[in-house]
Write a protein that binds this ligand. Sequence first.
Ligand code: PHE
Length: 344
Amino acid sequence: MQQWDKIKEEGLAIIRHADNLSRIEQVRIDLLGKKGQIQDLMKQMKDLDNHQKPLFGKMVNELKQLFEEEISIKKNELEETKILTDLKKDQIDISLDGDDALVAQLHPLTIVQKEVESIFMNMGYQIVEGPEVELDLYNFERANIPMNHPARDMQDTFYIDLQWLLRTHTTAIQTRVLETKANNLPIKVICPGKTYRRDDDDATHSHQFTQMEGLVVGEGINLADLKGTLEMMVKKLFGESRTIRLRPSYFQFTEPSMEVDVSCFNCNGLGCHICKKTGWIEILGAGMVHPKVLEMAGIDFRKYSGFAFGMGVERVAMLKYGIDDIRNFYLNDMRFLSNFDRFE
Ligand code: PHE
């Protein structure tokens, strides 16, 4: 009996001292497993007298039950403790400062483009886009720049093959619109888009840039309409006190052609570094659509006339925001890009 109590006390002590789940599992195997203590006791049965066997068996069973219960209690306890310590370890301190999320803002070129679009949409213009990989036909031929004409040199071109190229100006959209709307006049469109030329990139040149072109074709459209339209746009873009100046220029697809200057918004025409002391800043190419261009699109140039203008969005954005290097638009540096107001 003494030995019995010893086995019992020792067993309970081992259970009590188990301090983690793998330890209690080991204890279970040692006490209750196939080669465990209870099994050892069972094996001793065969050496007992028959009359002693039932009592011994009962006692072993009771001991087994006791161990089972105690192990199960201990195991629950340890599981509980483990859950609590794990929870503590994985706890998230919700009072800690998080990383600032980057809030998306519109790219400055998008802001300017949307601003121009909105100015013209308010005057009833439609926005039309076109393919960047363009046919020579629409980029040059229909713009009255035939093959081998020296005017092609003005626009160093990325050719894909003899027929296909990366459009060098949004005038390619203009010639497409003229064709599709030839029998559905008048036309009043703004054509924004990416354009490409084989320029060496520097502070003011980029092989990929953005243009916006305006085109109006209808009966009785004249130069005064063009001038009034551009004056209106310039005042909306750069401020009510701005004026414009038209200078004669040359484009194959317009006649007459002109370069459009805006009075310097920095010095008000007095002369400063932005206008290079001239008081004027060049921002647009424009002109009356060449009769040949209308004719090639299937429009009767005796009855209809039109004007067109085109500008570089980068240039306008650089002037508007005082940016001195065109490459900033394409570097995707968030420190630069997050400086511009959202377009409302
Ligand atoms: N396509 C001309 C250019 O890229 C700009 C322009 C457009 C000029 C429309 C006149 C009329 O330089």
